[in-house]
Design a protein around this ligand. Structure first.
Ligand SMILES: NC(=O)c1ccc[n+]([C@@H]2O[C@H](COP(=O)([O-])OP(=O)(O)OC[C@H]3O[C@@H](n4cnc5c(N)ncnc54)[C@H](O)[C@@H]3O)[C@@H](O)[C@H]2O)c1
Length: 425
């Protein structure tokens, strides 16, 4: 049965088997594609072939299920020659100068060009600035001789994966697709349509690339808006959480965002900067909303350190020499993902001011050097002994009322705790 479907849907090579590429491999494998996961990380490849998952959204049973249906992982780029479809899901971090680092995308494209067979559809999913697909990817793919149209087809389809989201996954999150030509778009729409409920055609690659950046910039800017409001609401003695609760009752024209200790993860602190960097590079002027949002969000950890210092001051203590317990150090709740977590910056700030920093996070077994871990068993004793506890992440596993009761003083950066000893951001 699997053999029959496989012949119908052909071979898919997914380049990059991380948070984005591995769920894609699972979905396409489930739809009947013969899937090969290509990744340069040898240890990761060996783990996948042995049935081990390295991302939280997929467990070992998912990997075994894929293996049983013919999936395999490899670090051998020549496998691209077997592909009917190649999807690129490699990282696009920021370079040291704040611009996009397309090294992994270019590396993947060079490998594709060397092994591309006529008739292949190539799709870029990595988040990047508008123009990347046609100005960077296309010339590399054509460099080995095949031309777009007759030789191969190319499209961009932004990834919208939200790790840890129990409601929205690949199947029920609409997928945008923009091809270099309408034929490329149609081919990519057909490919994704086999395992995504709704595929939306875009007029071109640039529009699809920009749509993803609009989505992330929208979040970045709105989070910055409430973060800035949180700062002056505190100075005005207005409860920002109550303000947001009230505004959220409006059934139209308002979407609620929450303040916090800063933004983290793979997207929000990074992707909008591609855009502002490219606007400045190509057009010579600034994308002011993004730059302002960046300034506000990136200074939140320092602002939280100031608030900790203020709480200690009210007790006639200095931060220098005080013990501060950070609760939840991941960038989002209910995950172990610590990428770009603002907790790192806050810990560095507290340590630099002479604070003794401890942390408790049921998802994180080891964190920064010089920061002592408090286990779940030790939590309530530690809360009673430290000078200040700071709630950074509202993990489901936390018992907020018991934590508030046990603590001497808490700074709650998530607006979920109550009590006379609790101060909210
Ligand atoms: N993680 C998310 O929540 C998320 C959401 C939306 C979009 N994205 C975007 O998707 C892209 C991939 O992100 P991710 O989170 O999956 O990254 P990741 O770091 O989890 O995985 C990327 C994988 O690619 C591999 N790799 C790097 N260069 C390679 C190459 N030349 N050939 C083969 N393999 C290579 C790495 O070894 C790694 O395993 C990024 O552009 C990111 O911005 C990520």
């Amino acid at each position: 049965m699997v053999e029959t479907v496989t012949k119908a849907l052909g071979t898919l090579v997914v380049i990059g088997q991380g948070y984005v590429g591995l769920p894609l491999a699972l979905a396409a494998n489930g739809a009947g594609h013969r899937v090969v996961g290509l990744d340069l990380n040898r240890g990761l490849v060996d783990g996948l072939n042995a049935g081990r998952s390295h991302i939280e959204d997929l467990n070992d049973a998912h990997i075994q299920q894929m293996l049983d249906r013919g999936y395999r992982a490899t670090d051998d780029v020549s496998v691209i020659a077997e592909a009917d479809v190649v999807v690129i899901c490699v990282p696009t971090p920021l370079s040291p100068d704040g611009g996009p680092d397309l090294g992994a995308v270019k590396g993947a494209c060079v490998s594709i060009a060397e092994h591309l067979k006529p008739g292949t559809l190539v799709v870029l999913e990595s988040t990047t600035y508008p123009g990347t697909t046609e100005d960077v990817v296309l010339p590399i793919l054509e460099s080995a001789g095949l031309r777009h149209g007759e030789g191969f087809l190319l499209a961009f389809s932004p990834e919208r994966v939200d790790p840890g989201n129990p409601v929205y996954g690949i199947k029920n999150t609409p997928k945008l697709v923009g091809g270099v030509t309408p034929r490329a778009t149609d081919r990519a729409v057909g490919f994704y349509g086999a395992f995504v409920d709704q595929v939306v055609s875009m007029s071109g690659t640039r529009e699809a690339e920009m749509a993803k950046l609009l989505e992330n910039t929208y979040r970045h800017v709105n989070i910055a808006l409430v973060n800035e409001m949180a700062r002056f609401c505190h100075d005005l003695s207005v409860d920002i959480w109550e303000v947001i609760r009230g505004a959220s009752t409006k059934p139209f024209g308002f979407e609620s965002f929450s303040p916090g200790p800063g933004v983290g993860g793979h997207c929000i602190p990074i992707d909008p900067n591609y855009l502002s960097h490219e606007v400045r590079r190509q057009l010579g002027y600034s994308f002011r909303f993004v730059e302002l949002a960046q300034e506000i969000n990136s200074t939140m950890p320092r602002y939280v350190a100031e608030r900790v210092s203020g709480l200690l001051n009210a007790q006639k203590k200095s931060l220098n020499g005080s013990r501060v317990l950070l609760l939840g150090v991941t960038y989002k709740p209910n995950t172990a993902d610590q990428r770009e977590s603002p907790a790192d910056k806050l810990a560095a700030e507290l340590l630099s001011r002479g604070g003794e920093v401890l942390y408790h996070d049921p998802h994180v077994d080891s964190w920064l050097p010089g920061v002592e871990r408090v286990s779940t068993e030790e939590l309530y004793v530690a809360l009673a002994s430290v000078d200040v506890a700071v709630l950074l992440q509202n993990h489901r596993a936390f018992d907020f009322s018991r934590m508030a009761e046990a603590a001497r003083t808490v700074l709650d950066c998530r607006g979920v705790m109550t009590g006379e000893n609790v101060e909210r951001l």
